[in-house]
Each structure stands twice: as structure tokens, then as C-alpha cells.
Design a protein around this ligand. Structure first.
Ligand code: GLC
Length: 436
């Protein structure tokens, strides 16, 4: 007590006698007050959640991000625009996670990444966070594809199935029905091209990237073949069904039905060529529908959409695609990340996204939504196609398996190897990958 009085006395003395002391004391007081104000404000700064997004989806996400941030003032979403190919975005995520301290809190994941990312331990196990009742609201194929070894690592945001787009007007003028089989597609193309009503018959994705593997899966499964059997690791790429499937694709180029340029096409190149009006058929994902029917599109109102073609004795079986959200196991903000995941995968946001961009929702109820059906009357056909999809193998080595297939498909499509040579080599490499 005495000491305290002593200090007060001395302080008062210095205060009266020294102007320097007065200034220094005031400065110290000011600094302490500033700290007291700044610290709490700093700790109230929003949590920032970072994720990568493939370029074409960025504009669709912007309004959703604004809406989420408005509803969750404590959270900011930092969307990083990545390249436009599933495998390239996957590579970026992979290198970040391999470095150990990935900057990503959320992962917007293609259906093909789940096994690899889960096996590597990069994702939080969501099994106990989402109830069975909640999962029942999604398409079963999407949930199945979001699991690895029985655990859930992703909540579906949008599903995807490849479809055949066709020009109703050109087929009508030629007195033809939309084709069901590969042969019918070839014949219809040649007839319409022969009448100079269209320059090209069929456009598809032949560039060396994930899309060519997905495209090949349509043709392969609709010809009764398979890539890798996930149950026993058997590789089906050098079986006759696979070689015929690739031969079919090669024939479309060799016979002038498809431009040689398909060997460089991704989804958007195919869509733009088809949209310009001089092509009869296109293989693509349903996102293309809304764009083909925009006011300024030369093919607005002229396009039909149906399941992909198959060979006699088989049935249409299109590649299952689709995207969903996972949470990085390294995130410092699992609670906030969960809020964002719930937001993006909610019925409200899926409906909004579908109405705005034409993506197929992954929630079952939205396929009965009158507003959605009024805008996209082909959704019931897409839903049917999702019942029996062709699958890319859900294995942890998927990225490497796909890389092998992409390389050899590309070699055959650009006429560097015959379909048989290409697929024999692809099968050999895939076997050694899976055996390793
Ligand atoms: C679509 C599909 C995705 C697929 C990709 C290939 O985005 O949804 O699953 O891997 O196309 O380009």
C-alpha cells in the first residue's frame, strides 16, 4: 500500500516538473487505448474459406457467394479461379495437399476425385455429420459416388450425365427419326451432310484431358464394355467391346462425319461449333442446353436431347459425372466450412443454380419441381439416363488410370495409333499400375 502511494507521489511530481514525462505518459496511454480497441475488432474479423473453382463455373458461383456472405456475416468465401479441365484443377488441389499445408478449406470435387482424396487423408469424414435421412434426399448414384470404403467424403451439389444433342429441324427435313444406335447416327449424319444441310455430322470431346475419358466411357459402356472392374481390378480396355468402341469414334473422323479438330475439343469447343448451326449431333453434358437456347443462339428452339446412342444388343449407358463439396481435413474452420457446404448443397441453392445455369441437380425432389420442368423439359430423360450410368473406376489410382487412357485415346483419335494398338498398350499400362 505504502509502495503504491510512493509511486503516485513520484508520478505527480514528475508530471508537474517535466513536460517530456507528460508527453511520454500520454503517448503510452494512447497506445494502450488503441490496442484495447484494435484487438477485439481484429478477433471479430471474418473467417475466410478458400477453395478452387474451374473457370466456367466461376460466374455461376459469384451471386451465390454474395448471398452466402450476406447470410453469414462472419464468413468470407475466397474463390480461386482455376483452369477449365477437371484433371487440371485436380492437379492443383493435389499439389497443394501434398505440400502439407493446403490453403484450401473446401474442395469442390468431381465425382472421380473422391477415392484418391479420401485415401490420401485430405478430406474430413462426413459420415457422422450427415444423417441417412438427409442422404435419402439425393440421387443414390451421387451418394454412392461420394463414398470411399463405406465412408462419406462429399455432399453432391450437381449431378451430370452425358447426352446426345440433335438438330430436330435437320432430322425432320431429312425425314429421319433421332438415332438410337451408332449406325443410325452415322447414316443420318452422312445423309444430311450429303444433302449439304450440315457441314458436320457429330461433334464430341477428343482432346487429351479428363473429358475424353468420360466421353469414351459412354461409348464403351453402351457397347457392353468396361474400363476397370472395381471389385476385382480386372482391366477391360483390350477386350473387343472396347476396341470396337474406339473404332467407332475413329470412324466418325475417317468418314468425315466429325472434323479432325475434335482431337482438340473440350466441351465448350464442341458446343460452340454445334451452336454455330452446321452440325447435326453433339455429345455433351446438359449444361449446354441453356446456352444453346439463349436468344442470340442460331440453334435456339431447334435442338432435341436424348440418351447417348448404343450398339444393338446393348443399351444406352452414359458416363456419370457431377460435382460435390468436401471439407479439407487440414481446415482450421470446420464449422464454417460445414455451413458453406450445407448452403451449396441445399435444395434452395441447387434450384437456383439449376434455373440459372441448367446444371442437373442432385436432389431428387427438384426433378418434380414445376418451375424447373417448365424450363428444362428434358430433365425426366436425364433422370432416366442416370439410372444405369457408365462409371469411371472409383479407385484411389483413378487419376493415373485416366491419364493412361487419355494418352492412348488421344493417340488413336489423332491417328498416331490404331484403336487396337492404343487400347492394348493402355490395358498393359493400366494392369501394371493396378498391380503395382
Ligand atoms: C463434367 C462432368 C465431370 C467430368 C468433366 C469432364 O464437368 O461433370 O464429371 O469429369 O465434365 O470434362
Amino acid at each position: 500500500m505504502e509502495m503504491l502511494q510512493e509511486y503516485r507521489y513520484r508520478f505527480a511530481q514528475y508530471w508537474r516538473s517535466s513536460i517530456v514525462f507528460r508527453i511520454v505518459s500520454l503517448l503510452v496511454l494512447f497506445a494502450i487505448s488503441a490496442l484495447l480497441i484494435v484487438l477485439p475488432v481484429r478477433s471479430q474479423q471474418p473467417v475466410v474459406l478458400t477453395f478452387l473453382m474451374n473457370a466456367p463455373e466461376v460466374p455461376n458461383l459469384r451471386p451465390l457467394i454474395a448471398e452466402f456472405e450476406k447470410e453469414n456475416p462472419g464468413i468470407k468465401l475466397n474463390m480461386i479461379e482455376g483452369p477449365n479441365a477437371s484433371n487440371l484443377i485436380e492437379d492443383l488441389n493435389t499439389s497443394a495437399f501434398l505440400l502439407g499445408s493446403a490453403p484450401y478449406d473446401l474442395v469442390n470435387m468431381d465425382v472421380t476425385w473422391v477415392a484418391k482424396f479420401a485415401a490420401a487423408g485430405w478430406l474430413r469424414d462426413l459420415s457422422n455429420e450427415v444423417s441417412q435421412e438427409q442422404l435419402n434426399e439425393f440421387l443414390p448414384g451421387d451418394i454412392e459416388a461420394s463414398r470411399y470404403q463405406g465412408k462419406l467424403y462429399r455432399v453432391p451439389w450437381r449431378t451430370d450425365t452425358a447426352m446426345l444433342f440433335y438438330r430436330k429441324d435437320l432430322l425432320d427435313q431429312a425425314g429421319l427419326q433421332p438415332p438410337n444406335t451408332f449406325d443410325e447416327l452415322m447414316q443420318a449424319s452422312q445423309k444430311i451432310q450429303g444433302q449439304d444441310k450440315a457441314q458436320w455430322g457429330f461433334v464430341w470431346q477428343g482432346r487429351q484431358y479428363e473429358g475424353v475419358a468420360a466421353m469414351f466411357v459412354d461409348v464403351l459402356s453402351s457397347n457392353g464394355g468396361f474400363w476397370v472392374n472395381p471389385q476385382n481390378g480386372e482391366v477391360g480396355l483390350d477386350r473387343p467391346e472396347a476396341i470396337q468402341a474406339l473404332q467407332f469414334l475413329r470412324n466418325t473422323i475417317d468418314k468425315g462425319i466429325s472434323p479432325t479438330g475434335v482431337s482438340t475439343y473440350q466441351e465448350e469447343e464442341a458446343r460452340l461449333l454445334f451452336q454455330s448451326g452446321n452440325t447435326v449431333f453433339m455429345r455433351n453434358w446438359p449444361y449446354a442446353w441453356a446456352l444453346l437456347n439463349k436468344d442470340e443462339s442460331p440453334v435456339k428452339g431447334k435442338v432435341g436431347i436424348k440418351p447417348v446412342v448404343y450398339t444393338p444388343g446393348n443399351q444406352s449407358s452414359a458416363c456419370l459425372g457431377g460435382w460435390g463439396w468436401g471439407i479439407a481435413s487440414t481446415t482450421q474452420h470446420p464449422v464454417e466450412a460445414r455451413k458453406a457446404l450445407d448452403f451449396f448443397t441445399s435444395a434452395r441453392v441447387q434450384k437456383q443454380t439449376t434455373l440459372q445455369s441448367g446444371y442437373l441437380p442432385s436432389r431428387k425432389a427438384l426433378y418434380n419441381d414445376p418451375e424447373i420442368l417448365a424450363k428444362y423439359d428434358f430433365f425426366p430423360i436425364a433422370l432416366k439416363a442416370l439410372e444405369d450410368p457408365g462409371l469411371r473406376p472409383p479407385i484411389a489410382q483413378y487419376a493415373q488410370a485416366s491419364d493412361i487412357l487419355q494418352r492412348y485415346l488421344s493417340a488413336a483419335i489423332s491417328r498416331r495409333l490404331s484403336p487396337e494398338e492404343a487400347l492394348q498398350a493402355a490395358a498393359r499400362e493400366t494392369r501394371s499400375l493396378l498391380g503395382a
